[in-house]
Design a binder for this molecule. Structure first.
Ligand code: TRP
Length: 330
């Protein structure tokens, strides 16, 4: 395959506008230019404790959200990771060429180990290898991800090169596509850290399902600075810069235009406008999502088709890999 793209989001919690801006929104543009495969990474989600019934429900909800955001099931392969068993199988093979120390050094592993100190499981450490398997199974060139996943993509590249060097050319070495704008949407309460759906303070993030009132209220309370000029400066004005990024993504206006628009207007007015732009942008997505969730048969049929298409590619890759490493074929 050539000119292909793979990406995925985990069905954990309700996605925030950071997931939307950093991932799903960009897929909508890519689907017209590339062969796209988008997955729901349910196996990754198991690396932290889940309530089984909730995980099951969120899996279908995430698919509905993908489609509501404009990801077109006619153009893309949409599937659930666990429906294609090759992901787990390739992970096993890649584990055998991955160093333990390499995994222990991963930033996300270190962060999550601190956060879930009572549950530092093998899966949590192996998370990047499963992610590498997701990508390498489909021989894709590009992987659109948020900036926080860049280190994991580096591992996928390393493992592809390592396998190719040891067993002969097999995998395409994938490249990340990191969005220039909005790669990192920051917390509304602590603009030095990234917006996270698991933040204890619900005012720190905007969920994709927040009501217009909640959205506007959260932006009104967003932490800024004691200055009063709307100007992009990540170092000096991280809060305002973050709001400008969000406003820009939702309205299409660039930073200069935004600065000019809010010249002499003060932060109150600016925050109100950001809130309204986001609320307006999310409303049609929320409506469409609810409509889709009323038709589970349709959603399941998409996943069935997606799993079949994904499986046929994954099967061929894994067979080749098994052969190259010396596993006897029947
Ligand atoms: N780890 C990614 C995240 O949390 C989700 C993911 C799983 C992914 N597999 C992937 C992203 C493969 C890109 C490619 O954002």
């Amino acid at each position: 395959m050539s000119n292909t793209v793979f990406s995925a989001v985990q069905p954990s919690g309700v996605p925030t506008i950071a997931n939307y801006v950093g991932a799903i929104k960009n897929w909508v543009n890519l689907q017209n230019e590339y062969d796209c495969i988008f997955s729901i990474a349910d196996l990754h989600t198991l690396t932290v404790k889940q309530v089984p019934a909730e995980l099951r429900a969120r899996t279908l909800e995430l698919l509905a959200l993908y489609i509501a955001c404009g990801v077109d099931p006619e153009k893309c392969v949409l599937f659930v990771q666990s429906h294609v068993h090759e992901h787990a199988e390739l992970t096993w093979i890649l584990n055998t060429i991955t160093a333990v120390g390499e995994m222990q050094r991963m930033t996300q592993f270190k962060d999550k180990s601190l956060k879930h100190a009572e549950n530092i499981n093998m899966g949590l450490m192996d998370y990047p290898v499963l992610m590498a398997s997701d990508i390498l199974l489909y021989n894709v060139q590009y992987v659109p991800v948020g900036a926080d996943q860049k280190q994991h993509l580096e591992i996928a590249r390393d493992l592809a090169m390592r396998f190719n060097a040891r067993y002969s050319d097999t995998f395409i070495v994938p490249e990340p596509i990191i969005p220039k704008l909005g790669a990192r949407v920051m917390s509304l309460q602590e603009p030095s850290s990234k917006m996270s759906k698991s933040d204890e303070n619900v005012n720190a993030f905007i969920s994709m399902l927040d009501s217009p009132d909640d959205i506007i209220r959260k932006f009104r309370r967003a932490v800024t600075d004691s200055d009063s000029v709307v100007r992009y400066d990540e170092q000096e004005k991280p809060g305002i810069s973050n709001l400008m990024t969000i406003y820009s993504v939702f309205t299409g206006e660039d930073m200069d235009a935004i600065k000019a628009r809010f010249e002499g207007k003060g932060y109150g007015e600016f925050k109100q406008q950001v809130g309204e732009a986001v609320a307006e942008g999310l409303k049609p997505i929320q409506d469409k999502r609810a409509e889709l969730l009323a038709d589970k048969t349709y959603l399941l049929s998409i996943l069935k088709t997606g799993a079949e298409k994904a499986s046929s590619i994954a099967f061929r890759t894994l067979r080749k890999v098994y052969k190259k490493v010396g596993l006897l074929q029947l």
